[in-house]
Design a protein around this ligand. Structure first.
Ligand code: GLU
Length: 179
């Protein structure tokens, strides 16, 4: 069972996200990751293992951003490893997504996106959402998210960040809990 936590506010996001992920550890997970927006860039840190491993992984990085989201993964599609850990990003790094649940129709969607030239670097069902967001985004996040979710079958709780929307985290859910 994965966990998702997000923060936007006046404080440094990273310690709050790490603390949130630690509080979700009891749910069980195989990898963990964090996405932050700093100077209109999305920074992603993720690795297989414990939240503590993620902390070590980020130790020397500039994590002063005040917005971010974190994820602990319970693999359903693709083995537990660094590449399959969430967040997943689009090829240009402008979109980042964390997901709890299963995208049932990801195989045909992945094939269609590969035919359009999108390259996948993970084995997850989730990554297709990042590429679909890139495909549909024309400046209006809600419109793009709505279009993506109309294509998708399955269950999801999602956290989504856009590099050019540095003060927002978008959330969506269907048949998975998210507060
Ligand atoms: N299906 C996704 C994956 O395998 C999300 C798993 C989860 O809910 O943690 O990466």
């Amino acid at each position: 069972m994965c966990g998702i936590v997000g923060y936007i506010g006046p404080k440094e996001a990273c310690p709050i996200l790490i603390n949130g992920l630690k509080r979700l550890e009891y749910r069980g997970y195989d990898s963990a990751g964090i996405a932050l927006i700093h100077n209109n860039n999305i920074q992603v840190y993720k690795c297989k293992g414990r939240v503590q491993d993620l902390e070590h992984h980020m130790e020397l990085e500039d994590t002063s951003a005040t917005i971010g989201m974190g994820h602990t993964r319970w693999a359903t599609h693709g083995e537990p490893n660094d590449a399959n850990a969430h967040p997943h990003t689009s090829m240009n790094g402008l979109f980042s997504i964390v997901h709890n649940g299963i995208i049932e129709n990801y195989i045909p969607l992945k094939k269609k996106m590969q035919d359009k030239g999108y390259q996948f670097i993970s084995e997850t069902d989730t990554e297709v959402l990042a590429h679909l967001l890139d495909y549909y985004y024309k400046g209006n996040p809600l419109e793009a998210i709505t279009k993506v979710l109309h294509r998708v079958e399955g269950s999801y709780a999602l956290g989504i960040m856009f590099a050019d929307q540095p003060d927002k985290i978008f959330a969506a859910r269907k048949d998975s809990p998210l507060i």
